[in-house]
Design a protein around this ligand. Structure first.
Ligand SMILES: Cc1cc2nc3c(=O)[nH]c(=O)nc-3n(C[C@H](O)[C@H](O)[C@H](O)COP(=O)(O)O)c2cc1C
Ligand code: SF4
Length: 420
């Protein structure tokens, strides 16, 4: 089997169009037509069978999320796409937004049909300014073809989508902060529960999915959940867009079948990452800054949500940042923490103050000033951040550090210090 599939990205490698005719030439909008002949429960059953895990990072089962929202009687319901793509090392949503935006729009329209929603929003990363303009064109093209707006395809189903721009805050990718920002309030996370399916945008039931998750929906509807599942891992169907960057020989976006290649292949296969430039492989950072670090000895593992999780790793957003042996693990960790300090929204103490303290410990570590007590204090602090931070941003600060402690104890312990 070829390692590369074009289920989500379609011909995105060759095509770049915000035009419905071009998208239809790739098979676009057949899924919407089919979906509109099906019932909401029937569509959700296919999404459940597909075992589509959310592609935004948290890997929550999309079918389960959809089924929960369908059970909520209150209306109106909103459909929101998370296109904030703020996770460093992640640039796969950009491919869809830029090259096949109508794929996402079709996926969201199917979701709207399922929930009888009339309004949707795509919250696009502020830095993707040119892409936002193309998205506006794609929406206009869909309206002109009666695929958005009033009485879609002559039915009594009406739905439209608006683009909302982010303003460069990583925390606004967290789904509740994203809704706050979309509705014009401060982009900070909300307490959950109540979950967004109950109290979401404008306090109404809301579906939030990632760009790639929505873009899988047309394939699921067309081929059926069973076939979609068979393309991937038995516990997580389909393909995944991975983003190779850093010292990868062939940085870029690749669509790979889940569970059918190893992490080593993703990084070294000549069709995929093609190896490491400028030195030997030292480690990879998976799933963005909030994900774990893996060394050479951890690479022979199947690239799937299940297999990575079993080994303390994660797919996350699909980012794979490759680092060669010129990189100091400790220096790298400092840059990770600096990112989190910069992006903390300041709402809660464990994250706002914890990040700065962690950085101080890392500086002490590089000066060889960490004793047994300080190491224990650092571990306790990381534990507090993981358990007591208000949202996923602060909760994920310890992930890279703890995995690096495990993988590279020798790099973290300086002479004159002590062994953890
Ligand atoms: C700090 C933070 C940043 C996030 N950034 C993004 C993002 O840029 N894009 C995204 O889709 N999900 C992001 N997420 C995850 C979302 O909260 C949410 O799980 C996701 O949008 C749900 O969609 P999915 O189930 O289709 O993955 C972020 C979470 C946190 C805690
Ligand atoms: S964990 Fe950090 S980003 Fe999240 S609410 Fe607390 S301070 Fe804000």
């Amino acid at each position: 089997m070829s390692k590369l599939k074009e289920l989500i990205s379609l011909g995105a490698g060759h095509v770049r169009s915000a035009n419905v005719e071009d998208y239809q030439a790739l098979g676009g909008y057949k899924a919407l037509e089919k979906a509109m002949g099906m019932g909401p429960k029937e569509i959700i059953a296919e999404v459940l069978e597909a075992k589509l895990l959310g592609r935004g990072g948290a890997a929550y089962p999309a079918g389960k999320k959809w089924a929960q929202l369908l059970d909520i009687p209150e209306n109106p319901k909103y459909i929101v796409c998370n296109a904030d793509e703020g996770e460093p090392g992640t640039f796969k949503d950009k491919l869809i937004l830029d090259k096949v935006p109508l794929r996402l729009i079709e996926g969201m329209t199917i979701a709207a049909y399922v929930f009888s929603a009339q309004k949707g929003y795509i919250y696009v990363r502020g830095e993707y300014r040119a892409i936002q303009k193309r998205m506006v064109k794609a929406l206009q093209s869909a309206r002109e073809h009666n695929l958005l707006g009033e009485s879609i395809l002559g039915s009594n189903f009406s739905f439209d989508i608006e683009i909302v721009s982010g303003a460069g805050a990583y925390v606004c990718g967290e789904n509740s902060a994203l809704l706050n920002s979309t509705q014009g309030t401060v982009g900070r996370p909300r307490i959950k529960p109540p979950h967004l399916a109950e109290v979401g945008l404008f306090l109404k039931p809301t579906l939030v999915n990632n760009v790639e998750s929505f873009s899988c929906i047309p394939s699921i509807v067309l081929m059926g959940g069973k076939e979609f599942l068979s393309l991937g891992h038995p516990e997580s169907g389909g393909t995944k867009l991975i983003c190779l960057s850093g010292h990868s020989m062939r940085p870029g976006i690749y669509e790979v079948p889940l569970g059918k290649i190893s992490l080593r292949e993703a990084i070294f296969d000549p069709e995929l990452g093609g190896g490491v430039k400028g030195g030997r492989f030292k480690f990879a950072h998976l799933g963005g800054q909030s994900g774990p670090i893996v060394s050479e000895k951890g690479l022979d593992i199947t690239y799937s949500y299940t297999d990575l999780r079993k080994n303390g790793l994660s797919v996350g957003s699909g980012a794979i940042v490759v680092l060669n042996d010129s990189v100091s693990v400790l220096e790298y960790l400092k840059s990770v923490i600096q990112f989190f300090i910069h992006e903390s929204c300041g709402k809660c103490v464990p994250c706002r103050e914890g990040g700065k303290r962690v950085l101080r410990y890392l500086l002490m570590l590089s000066e060889g000033k960490m004793g047994q007590r300080e190491i224990q204090d650092l571990k306790r602090l990381l534990n507090v951040m993981r358990r007591a931070s208000f949202c996923g941003l602060g909760q994920s600060v310890p992930v890279a550090l703890l995995s690096a402690f495990k993988e590279f104890p020798e790099c973290l312990i300086k002479k004159g210090s002590f062994a953890a």
